[in-house]
Design a protein around this ligand. Sequence first.
Ligand code: PFF
Length: 444
Amino acid sequence: MTEKRVTFASKIGIVAAAAGSAVGLGNIWRFPSQTADSGGALFILVYIGCILFFGIPLMMSEFIIGRGSRANSAGAFHKLAPGTQWKWVGRLGVLTGFVIMGFYMVVCGWTLDYMFQSLTGNLHKVTDYTANFNSLIGNPLRQTGWMILFTMLSSFFIISGVKKGIEQSSKIMMPILFLLLIILALRSLFLEGSSAGLLFLFRPDPTHLKPTLFLDAMGQAFFSLSIGMGCMITYGSYFNKNTNLTQTALQVSFLDSLVAILAGIIIFPSAFALTNNPDVITQELVAGGPGLLFITLPELFNQMPLSFFWGSLFFCLLALAALTSTISLMEVVTLYIHEEYHLPRKKSTLLVTVGVILLGIGSSFSSDFFNLMDLASAKVMLPLGGLFISLFVGWYLDRRLVIAQVTNEGSVKLGVTFLKVYIFLLRYIAPLAILAIFIYGLVG
Ligand code: PFF
């Protein structure tokens, strides 16, 4: 199976594909809603700390495992640690992928619905955007229809030669999305009354401190960077031998965080500017967390000339950004079934598609089920995956293999201090901090 393994073609394609996986609804939908729930700037500070101290080292570790084994996320542990129980870490990742898709596809469905509403011009005639969003989430059949469509779209890419599809589409789409986010952020900043939103976003308020803040921020960091479930192991297995793992992890994490912050700069200043009652805005933001993107943004578009154009463009790009993430999620599970159970790629994709649709139906019909999938994956499964991956690379894996991977057999010059810091973070800081945050978050 592995001898047929293809690699991504170009350096830029590698970053685009990995960033395509990382940048998605996690940045534009989940990050603002988590920030609102957790009281703004304080959440962002902790979030950035999580990216620096665990996110980047863990992403590098997943790349090491992936390229060092050239196998799917579970097969990678078989190969690097034969005859041990580490294989369960890979299997946990596959399960996590399933669970994430079980609710993520529903939100992807919302983006398709909004794309359709904007393209038909209906979104721009709406007078009450909250009611408009509520009517969507109150209609399970409508959500199911869009969710199934999105899942089938993702499987189509998985079946028809992923690597070309992912690499090419990411290369074109990511820069356009980025440019559009900058335009929207500028528009939002120039709205009258937007400064309160900026303060909410960037001035930490200690009264917002709550016990779950750290776990929320860590879960969001893992979710957003697509780490802790083998996604970057799978993509790392497609890297070529010259890919600079450190540089790629830094670039992807930087782009991913930038998109999240830009999404915050779009949503919060406009949410504050567009509301009539600044006193209750924070409560409204918290209550409307998950819907922020679908309520605030259409309202923002309507304040702009050519609102039809901006709305349609935004929701099309959002759907595409979501697609490059669902493709990566699906690829993890499909490749696992394909390589471990020796089923043809088409059959494996079909199995995954059916499984995801069933979970998606559960999430469309029950918001409790939806929230359970979201919480279980981000707050339990991803941190656990991250913990074991850091232990595996920090303690189990042969140090020579780790160094050979990070330095590309010596051709990438990295300072000894850098390598020491990296190993230290992986051996001590990441596992201890993840464990502490995990336990404190659950019992706190
Ligand atoms: N990182 C993606 C996002 O932020 O939308 C979601 C995701 C993709 C999570 C792949 C996990 C994953 F393995």
